[in-house]
Design a protein around this ligand. Structure first.
Ligand SMILES: [Fe+2]
Length: 409
């Protein structure tokens, strides 16, 4: 575990840490300072917590634990140490006045960075990657928080660097099924960096089944809503019409884009159509073929022609927009454009061992209430979107960029 970083790798990692810091700093600048004291999601902390949290995590992990430096602000080290995920009905009740001033938090952040930037060559690679991926994961979940703020409270960074690909179909019917032959799915990983829940590697036998070629679209789910189901949290209704609440604006509901749903909604929709959600092992076998390829399409990089991933966009594209990213068997967008809920509760693999330096990362969530998601969203860093990565959220949590893909038989 304590492999020292070799020089070239250290330089690359250090540059990526600087890039990730710049990325999350820019996210906080999307809103005015006073808005950082808002709590856009009732069962998460106020935004100001995250301003301190990302660097408190780095400092607690690297400065205090690895370098064994004395704390310079133990109150903030604890205040900003860990986020929350309370059961329904137990949202926190703190007020903006309970939090320190932004300038104090920013001074703490600056000091932690200065302290850590002296010590790069002393950090084991695994510890740097833990801090780095922690920040990249928050780069996505910060978007979930910012998404809940009214567009008028956010400064759009300007047009997307990648234009939304056009679609040639009007509301594709999701009646294209791809057969997946029986096989052995490779879950987890054997080596390299990963979080505790990705180990140890295990092989799972999967029976033959069929998987939908495309993710479930807004158009598909609209029929379910018309039959009485609850709408997506990302929809709103105005003047008798459905609109999509995007990060910086609202647009008439794009029928061909994937619908963002809770696990409960996704399961109910699947049952309504006579289908079901795939298990984690089924999804893995379909997406990666049991083989060792980096992405569902192969080993080519995850550029915007293949996937709406790695911050290519703020919002989803049509489900047929990236054909170059199909699997060899024709499954579209297994990675990017929205995480996909599986039917599998988030549980430990046999032989699971928590990391001594972060024991609660996964173990606090093995409760049957959280479900595994696979794939990735427009706001998922490419580093995170590796075959073994497992995301998880509460079954009724509606704020995630998460959609569904149907399985049958
Ligand atoms: Fe965190």
């Amino acid at each position: 575990m304590d492999t020292p970083i070799i020089d070239g790798a250290a330089t690359r990692l250090r540059h990526e840490v600087l890039a990730a810091r710049a990325h999350t700093d820019a996210l906080f600048r999307l809103v005015a300072p006073e808005v950082l004291y808002d709590r856009p999601i009732p069962d998460r902390h106020r935004l100001i917590f995250y301003v301190g949290h990302l660097d408190a995590f780095d400092w607690n992990q690297l400065g205090r634990d690895v370098l064994e430096r004395p704390p310079f602000h133990p109150t903030f080290d604890r205040l900003f140490e860990a986020g929350i995920d309370p059961p329904p009905g137990q949202a926190p009740a703190d007020t903006p006045a309970d939090w320190p001033a932004l300038r104090e938090v920013q001074a703490y952040v600056a000091r932690t960075r200065q302290a850590l930037d002296d010590g790069w060559d002393e950090f084991p690679a695994e510890r740097v990657l833990t801090a780095l991926e922690h920040r990249w994961m928050h780069a996505e979940t910060l978007c979930y928080l910012l998404h809940e703020l009214a567009p008028a409270l956010k400064r759009s960074p300007g047009p997307a660097t990648v234009a939304t690909p056009g679609s040639s179909l009007q509301g594709p019917r999701n009646d294209h099924w791809v057969p997946v032959e029986a096989g052995r799915a490779a879950l987890g990983q054997a080596g390299g960096f990963g979080w505790d829940n990705e180990f140890p590697r295990r092989w799972v036998s999967v029976k033959a089944f069929e998987l939908a070629r495309f993710k479930v679209t807004n158009g598909d789910y609209l029929k379910f809503v018309d039959a009485g189901a609850t709408p997506s949290h990302f929809w709103c209704r105005r003047d008798g019409q459905w609109w999509l609440r995007r990060m910086f604006d609202e647009i008439p509901l794009p029928l061909e884009a994937p619908v963002y749903l809770t696990h409960d909604q996704a399961s109910a929709y699947a049952a309504w159509t006579g289908a079901r959600l795939p298990t984690e092992a089924e999804w893995q076998l379909a997406g990666y073929g049991g083989a060792e390829r980096r992405y569902p399409w192969g080993d080519s990089p995850a550029d915007a022609a293949r996937a709406n991933l790695d911050f290519a966009a703020w919002d989803p594209w049509p489900v047929m927009a990236t054909p170059a990213g199909d699997t060899p068997s024709g499954l579209a967008q297994m990675v990017g454009n929205g995480w996909e809920w599986t039917a599998t509760p988030f549980e430990r693999y046999d032989g699971f061992a928590p990391r001594a330096y972060y024991p609660g990362y996964s173990a606090n969530f093995f409760d049957g209430e959280h479900f595994v998601l696979k794939g990735g969203s427009p706001r998922t860093a490419q580093r995170i979107a590796r075959p073994s990565f497992r995301n998880w959220f509460r079954r009724e949590y509606p704020y995630v960029y998460a959609t569904a893909r149907l399985a049958r038989a």
